[in-house]
Design a protein around this ligand. Structure first.
Ligand SMILES: NC(=O)c1ccc[n+]([C@@H]2O[C@H](COP(=O)([O-])OP(=O)(O)OC[C@H]3O[C@@H](n4cnc5c(N)ncnc54)[C@H](OP(=O)(O)O)[C@@H]3O)[C@@H](O)[C@H]2O)c1
Length: 350
């Protein structure tokens, strides 16, 4: 009987179940970095750093001695307000605001070119993201969730295409810094537990990305599905990129920050979402502890998925043989998009 209870308990509350996620929100509490963690002398880039988890994780690293932080933001005015709030408590840090719009390949390329001139880059947290609950296309034409935004018709693309392109552009300064310092640089992708919750119906399409840009692929009766898929693409991208990278030079992982009360939910019309956040959500600062944990710990765990500040398994699909095949397909498709949209990248990476 106790064994049966345990089995039921474990399966209901397991990672990737909605109940499990809700229970862990009230039973777990992310811990801030301990005092002994120092980032002195280091430079970090954090995207989506004007508000929410990006701002709070920047603030926490700065409080632990980070010498220079680059806030990657699409709205410079809002970035400058964020900069001032960080400087108010840590005036010695070099806090810079750089414009980057994930909806524009050109903007990402310009950001990457600027980053390549940095004398060092020890840490990158690719955090910018959106949750778009209706079909819409980014400036690039991709569905918005997929883009956060490249040249096709879909916005979920922001979460995948924008993040993926920037990750490739940051490899050079991250690697160069590791070679100079003798310690691996860190690249963290912000993903989500919702990656467990998508049926990912596009996975068997001739082209996953092209299918996601078609309006009839967007499930209007379950509008979070596309966002969830975009976060799944992020997990797959992290794992494939990590396979190709030397973990002694760049240590990569992806992190589920938990449910946090941020403006991510600004356009989420789900009934009861406000109450749910009130009851379960962690503060942005608490969620940010999971991001800073991801860049400060987990040495030797290349490509890991982190949740509640520990390495854990991503979804069953991700670790399946089919998941691995789809992961490679997604890589090839994504690189093909970049070859077309960002041709100067191809000679460096592809
Ligand atoms: N909050 C949660 O419960 C939760 C749970 C799981 C995962 N996440 C992930 O955590 C990350 C941070 O989200 P958050 O919760 O902190 O939400 P947030 O407060 O809305 O922050 C999102 C950030 O992304 C930026 N962004 C949006 N579109 C962009 C674009 N086209 N180009 C550049 N930046 C763009 C936003 O800039 P603007 O201010 O200009 O819009 C903002 O700085 C996201 O990747 C999200 O998917 C959050």
């Amino acid at each position: 009987m106790p064994l049966a209870f345990c089995t039921i308990h474990c399966s209901v509350f397991a990672m990737g179940t909605m109940t499990g996620s809700f229970v862990r929100q009230v039973t777990a509490k992310p811990k801030p970095l301990p005092e002994e963690i120092h980032f002195d002398g280091k430079t970090a880039i954090v995207t989506g750093a004007n508000i929410g988890l990006g701002l709070e994780s920047s603030r926490e690293m700065v409080a632990h001695g980070l010498s220079r932080v680059i806030l990657g933001v699409r709205n410079v005015e809002s970035g400058n307000i964020a900069r001032n709030t960080i400087l108010a408590s840590s005036p010695k840090c070099d806090v810079e605001v750089w414009e980057v719009d994930y909806e524009s390949f050109a903007s990402i390329m310009a950001f990457g070119a600027r980053a390549s001139k940095l004398n060092r880059l020890d840490i990158a947290i690719l955090n910018a993201g959106i949750k778009v609950m209706e079909f819409s296309q980014s400036k690039t034409g991709h569905e918005k969730n997929v883009q956060v935004s490249l040249p096709y018709p879909s916005r979920t693309a922001i979460n995948h295409l924008g993040t993926a392109l920037l990750s490739l552009l940051l490899l050079e300064p991250l690697k160069r810094t590791a070679e100079e310092t003798g310690a691996p640089s860190r690249l963290t992708f912000v993903t989500s537990e919702v990656h467990f919750w998508t049926p990912f119906n596009e996975k068997n399409s001739a082209s996953i990305l092209a299918r996601m840009d078609e309006e009839d692929s967007f499930n209007k009766s379950d509008a979070i599905e596309r966002y969830s898929t975009s976060k799944l693409l992020g997990v797959l991208w992290t794992r494939e990129l990590a396979k190709k990278a030397d973990e002694k030079k760049i240590l990569m992982n992806c992190v589920n920050p938990g449910i946090c009360s941020t403006s991510l939910y600004r356009a989420d019309p789900t009934p009861g979402i406000g109450l749910l956040l009130k009851l379960l959500a962690w503060s942005p600062a608490m969620g940010a502890h999971t991001l800073t944990n991801a860049v400060a710990y987990h040495d030797g765990k290349q490509g890991a998925y982190l949740s509640e500040q520990r390495v854990t398994s991503p979804s069953a699909f991700v670790v399946s043989a089919e998941g691995e095949e789809v992961q490679k397909k997604l890589w090839d498709e994504t690189i093909a998009v970049f070859r077309e949209e960002a041709p100067t990248l191809s000679s460096q990476i592809c």
